[in-house]
Design a protein around this ligand. Structure first.
Ligand code: GLN
Length: 485
């Protein structure tokens, strides 16, 4: 069962060949047995999962099932879950039990899906390797036979590793600068970061609010479509969520790709990319040509400024968002504070990890009097230029294709002492967040036995087109079906 997709499991449940309780128990047993190798979960909610599975079986028996009823999955530990600890990968929230559900959590509950637990992540979603989690690093299921442990990417590395290791068929994730696409690429799974505003951010712990977006991870594009069907939609509780009809994302998966116009941004095929990676990506593009697509070069002249702009804007927003963790309201509080100031400072010094502190310092500096114009305002102007580059490109083509990451999964510890090298992991993904666009990463080959991701970028609200393009590719390739040893 663990090798089946969400769509397949849904059919198994519908046929009555297996009950959700049986299926859930199988997945839980496997999860408990296997996850010691990966550390992809922070919390396993066995009792709750079995109770939900029982309820799902009853719902199905009563003829009230949806595609998701009784299907196991997991949530990234950034989505608040009523009554279930939600840590965001931080000591600050080690014992935080939210008294409410995120909108995304609530929607999966209503669909009858069975959540097995909460997946590991970089602390407050800051990172590209899942090594900044207070709950320990996550190990990529790929590359273990070489004797070296590799990173799964980040920040949604727990979700990506769990899907790749077949611990769950699907998991939620979030993407502020690449955190769905880069781990999906490094773990050989399919991930979608929707248009900013497509999925509610209510109850999703905030990192950089103008960039954060919840999305999907699974092995197939079809399963990503099934997930987005649940997650997408207007939410009055999120002032930036967009009131726009949600299509059935599975309905257009089989549209032919004949005439699809693909643009290859020349800035994304630069010297940052190894020839071996480039070859895999260009082979994937050739598959699209065989499917009837046409390809041309386009230019995103300001893309090179994306990392610099992001590392002003994201820390600036993070410094504001994280000021709520002061030891007063909720979360960690230091022991025996001398006075109020001692409580604030020690709580933060002890509760946050190094990368989070670095971001708060950078963000506070960038927003401070005298520097605001030089850094924050300038970065916002660059952001507008980047948006304009994409708008111009989409006048000429339907989708853009590029590598997702500059290299495959690297060895744990390799980049932890050099934050700037780590930040460059997102060189091909970050501009998309600055422009608020949707994008996917789709398994597209291997280099040295490690998965390579193809990034497909669409115009605002082009999720259905992206999923269609990814699904058609998966009908003629089997990269997404490959299993780590
Ligand atoms: N790696 C990027 C960062 O550390 C993006 C993280 C994310 O998308 N949440 O900020």
């Amino acid at each position: 069962m663990h090798n089946k997709s969400v769509a397949e499991l849904s059919r198994e449940l519908e046929s009555g060949k297996i009950s959700s309780v049986e299926l859930t128990q199988q997945f839980l047993d496997r999860l408990k047995q296997e996850d010691g190798k990966y550390n992809s979960f922070i919390t396993i909610t066995e009792e709750q999962a079995l109770a939900d599975a029982k309820a799902a079986d009853e719902k199905r028996a009563a003829g009230k099932a949806s595609a998701w009823t009784g299907v196991p999955f997991a949530h990234k530990d950034i989505f608040c879950t009523n009554g279930v600890r939600t840590t965001c990968g931080s000591k600050m929230l080690e014992n935080f039990v939210p008294p409410y559900d995120a909108t995304v959590t609530e929607k999966f509950r209503q669909a009858g899906a069975v959540c097995l637990g909460k997946t590991n992540m970089d602390e407050f979603a800051m990172g590209s390797s899942n090594e900044s989690s207070y709950f320990g690093a996550v190990t990529n299921p790929w590359g273990l036979s070489t004797g070296q442990k590799r990173v799964p990417g980040g920040s949604s590395g727990g979700s990506a590793a769990a899907v790749a290791a077949r611990l769950v068929p699907a998991a939620t994730a979030t993407d502020t600068g690449g955190s769905i696409r880069q781990p999906a690429a490094l773990c050989g799974v399919t991930g979608l970061k929707p248009t900013y505003g497509r999925v509610s951010r209510y109850g999703m712990i905030a990192f950089a609010s103008s960039l954060d977006q919840g999305g999907t991870m699974a092995r197939t594009a079809e399963d990503n479509a099934l997930m987005l069907n649940v997650m997408a939609g207007f939410d009055p509780k999120d002032s930036t969520s967009i009131d726009r009809a949600v299509p059935d994302y599975t309905a257009t998966l089989n549209e032919p790709l004949k005439g699809l116009k693909i643009g290859l941004p020349k800035e994304y095929f630069s010297d940052q990319l190894s020839p071996a990676m480039e070859e895999q990506v260009l082979n994937a593009v050739k598959e699209y040509e065989k499917l009837g697509a046409t390809v041309k070069e386009v230019s995103l002249p300001n893309a090179k400024l994306a990392i610099a702009a992001y590392y002003v804007i994201a820390p600036a927003e993070a410094s504001a968002n994280l000021s709520r963790f002061d030891g007063v309201r909720y979360g960690y509080r230091c022991e025996d504070p001398k006075d109020l100031m001692d409580m604030y400072t020690r709580t933060r010094a002890e509760g946050f990890g190094a990368e989070v502190k670095r971001r708060i310092l950078v963000g506070t500096y960038a927003l401070s009097h005298g520097y605001y114009d030089a850094y924050y305002l300038k970065a916002q102007k660059v952001r507008r230029l980047i948006q304009q580059d994409f708008a111009n490109a989409f006048k000429e083509v339907d989708v853009l294709m590029s590598p997702t990451s500059p290299s495959p999964a690297f060895v744990q510890g390799e980049k932890t002492n050099d934050p700037v090298t780590m930040y460059l992991e997102d060189i091909f993904t970050i501009a998309i967040n600055l422009a608020g666009l949707p994008a996917m990463s789709v398994p597209a080959g291997f280099v040295d036995g490690l998965p390579v991701g193809l990034q497909i970028i669409g115009d605002h609200f082009a999720e259905a087109r992206l999923l269609n393009a990814a699904h058609q590719f998966q009908q003629v390739t089997d990269w997404h079906q490959r299993e780590p040893e």
